[in-house]
Design a protein around this ligand. Sequence first.
Ligand SMILES: Nc1nc2c(ncn2[C@@H]2O[C@H](COP(=O)(O)OP(=O)(O)O)[C@@H](O)[C@H]2O)c(=O)[nH]1
Ligand SMILES: [Mg+2]
Length: 480
Amino acid sequence: MFDSLSSKFSAALGALRSRGRIKASDIDETVAEIRTALVESDVALSVADSFSATVKELSLAALDQVNKSTNPSNGIFEIVNSELTKVLGGQTRRIRMAKKAPTVVMLVGLQGAGKTSLAGKLALYLKNQGNTPLLVASDLQRPNAVNQLQQVGASVGIPVFAPEPGNGIGDPIKVAQAGKRFAEDKLHNFVIVDTAGRLGVDAELMAEASKIRDSVKPDEILFVVDAMLGQDAVRTAQSFLEGVGFDGVVLTKLDGDARGGAALSIVSLTGRPIMFAATGEKAADFDLFHPDRMASRILGMGDVATLAEQAKAALDPDLTKKFEEKFASGDDFTLIDFLSQLQALKKMGSMTKMLGMLPGMNSGAMKKQLESIDDGELVRTEAIIQSMTPAERQDVKILNGTRRARIAKGAGRQVSEVNNLVDRFTAAQKVMRQMRNGGGLPAGMPAMPGMPPMPKLNKQQPPKKKSKSGNPAKRAAEER
Ligand SMILES: Nc1nc2c(ncn2[C@@H]2O[C@H](COP(=O)(O)OP(=O)(O)O)[C@@H](O)[C@H]2O)c(=O)[nH]1
Ligand SMILES: [Mg+2]
């Protein structure tokens, strides 16, 4: 997400890091580079200009102060971080609930923007928070649209209100109204109305969306837009703002190599907040948009907050508790625990995506290393552990050559892979013992709720880099 923007920012700010004292001319240079980075990332010119002007003004004003500290570049970094957060919208904006249920959310946007997928993602998100959403199929443009929403609904276990089949092509406005009434009757507290898009902005599309809007009086109209459209995303947003109006923006396809421009321009140019971000086709590839966390990611400072939240959500609370109790009681960490942790990791989604949230992980060197981690490795590791007997899982020390060969055969893997797993596990076990003995988390390991440090999953361990600094944040900065 925002990879190229992130690397350009890192390059622009990186030069400052090597300076002991920062001069006004250094600021000029850095700001000019930041401006280029923004323009090259498709950020609207007016936004790039005002952003760089503000950063320059604030940095120059803070120069004396900043130069008093041991690491002057940190002060400038903070200014950029704070301005970036502002451009991205400042505060996180959550969905406002209607005073009287149901809260009606209407989705608008071009065809292919990701509205229908988003309807499912949003519904699942709301359901996970204890709500009872209903999806309403008001896209009757394409013959398959209703069907698609029904499939999306089924995949996340959310009911879909749709026109009766065989009724010919229905009236999307009537369907929306009937859907809202249905939700009132059946006490659904959220209604998500999926609407039709077109390939381009046109008057008919705006007129239909406006009629639906007037008939169901949505509490929130969300404009859904493909972030990969770059500058066009902003132009489309402006047309929808005039044609239908909306309360918030949802950026989709942030998993692609979107240059980031849309995210940085859209808030300034429409005056509407980005509320959600979609980062993939799966229902779980979705989250609230947090401007501060996003700024932090763009600046290569990672997004540990999101990582910790995902870890918490993926971990079964019972399991976590059991693990913590066991850990506290002095029992040893076994392969069975290891397996449940791996399964939890798997639930959290792609390793690469997840690890990308750690500070410094977006730098070039780390990136290559991350890409060498293969999500399939988790599946293979699981297979190996499952081929062991309970006694073997309890105590790896009994794993002699014969047992290892049998396990490899059972899992359809090589003996070397079994050996490798045992080695990694033994190392993790050692770390767990050290932690219990008051050592705390080793440097560089993420503190995840109830989770041991992440095992190394790639077979070819990269040559150990000499750690320049014991402090992970500092080290990440050095790697930039
Ligand atoms: N990679 C990726 N694909 C997405 C994302 N959101 C939607 N899509 C895909 O984009 C295509 C269009 O999505 P759809 O929900 O049908 O768009 P709609 O026409 O606005 O309803 C589908 O193939 C989706 O799977 C996303 O965040 N990332
Ligand atoms: Mg659709």
